[in-house]
Design a protein around this ligand. Structure first.
Ligand SMILES: [Zn+2]
Length: 397
């Protein structure tokens, strides 16, 4: 039977995350101010903040000023509350950060994946976690957040399917919690990038935005009314598998043919370059996508044509999202950002061509200022404080 998270649980998670976010970004606040800023009732603020104080995450810290009456007590984040680990299990590397609850990065660690077998990846992951924990100098670790490529059951911490690691129905949460006895929360990488970008990136002031990650895989993270939308089976945002070319010969990692990922994913782009740019000097052992984007910036016609084809297929697919969700901003993550304005001009024209005028009127398509890997690790730490009351270890406090 499928585990379901009740609505009240979800609301609780969002409330806690809101309270912590406000104190993180705006400093000390009274309960009354928090009620106004979060839109929650004073009773629910009192209840949530009491829990956070009991967990040593918030402190009562001084008093505020009012004209007449009893001055209100101000709440602040206890900077010694503990640390959070945020980890990105990316297709070709793993990166982890250790942050304070206020989000300051204390230490970080990155490994390149030389192999893809499960025991190798898990060994490397355990080593990374151990090294990061060591840098915490024995402070409490509140939780481990993991952004994982592929489909993820967020509520149970299961990798439903990872095409890059060849994992299927693998309970990663259980494996990590058994090894480290620290509450662990896992989500899809692009969904985590959306959270990271909403808390620390260009999406910080945006209530409705979509982030698109373009790499070997292609996916979207959707923030609607300030909340991450995951969908019924955690697959909201899988735009890489929208079939753009019917009866296509291009096989996708999902098994279908003609998906967006099969047409513009980095593997396919590299193949296109091989076929269309035959100059031996250009395509040699030192070839990289970066070099390709450099040639785009030099307006090399063959390179421009490849970029235009990418923009055509991407713009066509994005027009579905734009008509469906009417976001204010679309944020792009990936090496394609190296082609700067040339790409954005092309893409904007394509989206406008295919989407409704009323949906594109105030639409902005912009590059992410955070790199995908950083947005994902920051997002992974957000997963932890959104779930502070759900971890079994913390519940016992
Ligand atoms: Zn596909």
């Amino acid at each position: 039977m499928k585990h379901k998270t009740g609505n009240s649980d979800l609301i609780k998670r969002i409330n806690i995350s809101n309270i912590i976010d406000i104190l993180k970004t705006q400093g000390m606040k009274s309960r009354a101010e928090l009620a106004i800023l979060t839109g929650l009732t004073p009773a629910s603020i009192t209840k949530s903040t009491k829990k956070l104080i009991d967990l040593d995450i918030l402190l009562e810290s001084g008093t505020g000023k009012i004209s007449g009456g009893r001055p209100p007590i101000l709440l602040d984040i206890n900077k010694n509350a503990g640390y959070i680990l945020g980890i990105y299990l990316a297709p070709t590397k793993i990166k982890g950060i250790l942050t304070s609850i206020k989000g300051e990065i204390i230490s970080e660690e990155t490994y390149i994946l030389e192999k893809k077998d499960k025991s190798y990846i898990l060994n490397l992951l355990f080593t990374l976690i151990k090294i990061l924990i060591k840098t915490s100098k024995n402070k409490r670790i509140l939780g481990i957040g993991i952004a994982l490529n592929g489909m993820v059951d967020y509520d149970r911490g299961i990798s439903i399917f990872s095409p890059h690691y060849h994992w299927k129905d693998f309970n990663l949460k259980k494996v990590i919690e058994e090894e480290f006895d620290i509450p662990t929360i896992i989500d899809n990488d692009v969904r985590a990038m959306a959270l990271g970008t909403h808390h620390q990136g260009v999406g910080i002031n945006e209530s409705n935005f979509i982030i698109i990650n373009i790499g070997e895989g292609i996916g979207a993270g959707i923030i609607l009314n300030n909340k991450l939308y995951r969908g019924e089976n955690y697959s909201a945002g899988e735009i890489g598998h929208v079939i753009v070319e019917k009866n296509s010969s291009h096989l996708c990692s999902c098994g279908n043919h003609g998906c967006l990922e099969a047409l513009i994913g980095s593997k396919r782009v590299i193949e296109e370059i091989k076929i269309k740019i035959k100059t031996p000097n250009f395509y040699n052992e030192y070839f990289s996508l970066q070099k390709f984007y450099k040639s785009v910036n030099l307006k090399e016609p063959k390179s421009l044509k490849i970029l235009e084809d990418i923009s055509e297929n991407l713009g066509y697919t994005l027009s579905f999202l734009v008509n469906l969700f009417n976001p204010k901003v679309i944020i792009i993550v990936g090496e394609i950002n190296n082609s700067k304005n040339i790409f954005y001009d092309l893409l904007e024209a394509k989206v406008k061509k295919y989407a409704l005028n009323s949906s594109t009127r105030n639409l902005n398509i912009i590059p992410s200022q955070l790199k995908g890997v950083d947005a994902a690790t920051i997002g992974a730490t957000i997963l932890v404080y959104q779930n502070l009351f759900n971890g079994r270890k913390i519940l016992e406090v």
